[in-house]
Design a protein around this ligand. Structure first.
Ligand code: N01
Length: 532
């Protein structure tokens, strides 16, 4: 492993897709950079989330870097939705291909970063005692990397094995013959429950909020489809960057409103999208996340599929969500609802009476003990802010923790007033988690790269978002969210899954308009930033 350098142009924290591309992009411009990474290899999210069935719900041909046409052509995806091992292999291939590892210090956690206003440089301290001085501090820590493990009474008294989907053992887990509790029914649970159920003696799922899931219809990629995409990759990538979500240009979103469609038209459109599979289900009509009545038509279609799939009407009813579809992240599944027809799977509703206690032998709800051998916490993440706040970043007068005491505030999701020369890749206030993450990462990396090149060209050494620009941006992000149905659920987008976390709608809706705004800010001489 490389020794960290003592002085570089940029320290990058994290070696997932964001950190890897940031390193490559800076190197290409002649900058020096040091990456710090807690894990022992690259991959970020795809390094940690090794739970059974983990896959990306954005199609593999689009959930991949676009910055290198050669990389794009040489890599062969095998399935419509890539598995976690395949995506991790891809990340490792990228690290090899661009010789990234020599500037990455693995097994190393950044503990603090302090900005010195006299030198306009950061000093970054790590848990192995190293100190690195850098002009720029770039946070590539991921949006979903700080796990949320609920503090159930007695949690640590459990005598069996406990796992969190987000920090799954590398050697895998054999559930054969085991009684397993799964807590949570979000995307990670929806993917893992059907597979755990095939192995385990019994699976008991503890559900607080039922989930909408649309079928993945995963399949091996046909050679002809791959060839077709590869022949027109540039056009596809460009078209994706003109969408609201940074992917899916191959199955365009409907431009008409569900409110204008007849019941027969609605049914046909939802049938078509359900049969196609995947997240484009919600792209059927333009108003599905704007108009409650329109949303209800899409939601009701899924509810009918659940009732038609699940044999026991009482179980079906419990599995049927009532809230707006899409205001929590839509899940993409393979056999999730049907899994509840298995004799070895049962469902426990914890919406009214929460999990009371974890006992040495299992999970207690409403005085009933569910005895299990293993507990799988599929309880999600302290999303978007968790990993950033774990780093003690201190500006000249204020720390990041102080700046975000009442919730995250950024300018463009890229920069925080009070923390000069610090950039956040896919930070709160940017589209990030509402998009194809790799599209958003590439856009942020390229913007940051161009910004530091412009600073070097002009002999500038300090950049900081102004308070006014940040205030206006936060208002704008909220205004956009309030025009939609997104704030109507207790989602992790709002921080509602973590007790005590300030309720702020963190991502910004709409990739294409956002990219345009970022370009305009740069073209206007980095409007909203104070440059020295
Ligand atoms: O986490 P989640 P996740 N008692 O927060 C429940 C991405 N992702 O890891 O809904 C009982 O969605 C919680 O209940 P509730 C994707 O963006 C992508 O599944 O808060 N239950 C919920 O059911 C996704 O959205 C992919 O009421 C508790 C569950 O735990 C994001 O990661 C795959 C509880 C957490 O669900 C996070 O997904 C996986 C408590 N105290 C993840 N606390 C793909 O690309 C929490 N819960 C396919």
């Amino acid at each position: 492993m490389s020794e960290p350098r003592q002085s570089v142009d940029a320290v990058i924290i994290g070696a997932g897709f964001a950190g890897m591309y940031m390193l490559h992009a800076l190197r290409e411009q002649g900058f020096t950079a040091q990456v710090f990474e807690v894990a022992d290899d690259v991959g970020g999210t795809w390094y940690w989330n090794r739970y059974p069935g983990a896959r990306c719900d954005v199609e593999s041909l689009e959930y991949s870097y676009s910055f290198s046409p050669e990389l794009e052509q040489e890599w062969e995806w095998t399935e419509r939705y890539a598995t976690q091992p395949e995506i991790l292999r891809y990340a490792q291939h990228v690290a090899d291909r661009f010789d990234l590892r020599r500037d990455i210090r693995f097994n190393t956690r950044v503990q603090s970063a302090d900005f010195d206003d006299t030198t306009t440089r950061w000093t970054v301290a790590t848990d192995d005692g190293s100190r690195t001085s850098a002009q720029f501090l770039i946070m590539a820590v991921g949006c979903l990397s700080s796990t949320n493990l609920p503090n159930f009474p007695g949690r640590d008294t459990f005598a069996g094995a406990s796992y969190h989907t987000g920090t799954w053992p590398h050697e895998g887990v054999d559930f054969t013959g085991k009684r397993v509790a799964v807590i949570g029914t979000g995307s990670s649970a929806v993917q893992s429950i059907p597979i755990i159920a095939q192995q385990a003696q019994h699976v008991t799922v503890f559900q607080r909020t039922p989930t909408y899931a649309v079928p993945a219809h995963n399949r091996p990629l046909a050679a002809a489809e791959v060839a077709e995409v590869k022949a027109h990759y540039r056009e596809l990538r460009a078209a994706n960057r003109l969408t609201m979500v940074g992917y899916g240009a191959r199955s365009p979103r409907g431009e008409t409103n569900a409110s204008d469609a007849s019941p027969a038209e609605l049914e046909a459109e939802y049938e078509r999208r359900w049969a196609a599979g995947g997240l484009s289900y919600l792209g059927g009509y333009a108003d599905l996340l704007l108009n409650k009545d329109s949303n209800e038509t899409a939601a009701e279609f899924i509810r009918r599929q659940i009732r038609a799939t699940v044999n026991d009407p009482a179980v079906a009813e419990l599995l049927t969500p009532t809230n707006v579809v899409g205001c929590k992240r839509l899940c993409v599944d393979t056999g999730y609802y049907a899994t509840f027809n298995r004799p070895n799977v049962s469902l426990v509703d914890v919406s009214q009476q929460p999990i009371e206690e974890i006992t040495p032998r299992g999970v207690r709800v409403a005085g009933v003990d569910y005895e299990v051998d293993c507990i799988v916490y599929a309880t999600g993440f302290d999303a978007m802010t968790g990993s950033l706040l774990k780093i003690n970043a201190n500006g000249p007068e204020i720390s990041l923790q102080q700046a975000w005491e009442a919730g995250p505030r950024t300018y463009l999701g890229l920069s925080v007033h009070g923390l000069p020369n610090m950039f956040t890749i896919s930070g709160p206030g940017s589209p990030s988690v509402l998009t194809n993450m790799i599209t958003s990462i590439e856009q942020h990396v390229e913007w940051i790269r161009d910004c530091v090149v412009a600073m070097r060209d002009k002999g500038l050494h300090r950049i900081e978002a102004t308070e006014q620009a940040q205030d206006e941006w936060v208002d704008y992000v909220n205004m956009v969210a309030d025009m939609t149905l997104f704030p109507t659920c207790n989602s992790w987008y709002l921080g509602a899954n973590v007790p005590g976390k300030p309720r702020v709608f963190m991502p910004l809706l709409g990739f294409a308009p956002y990219e345009e705004q970022c370009k305009q800010v740069a073209a206007d001489g980095y409007r909203g930033f104070a440059l020295v």
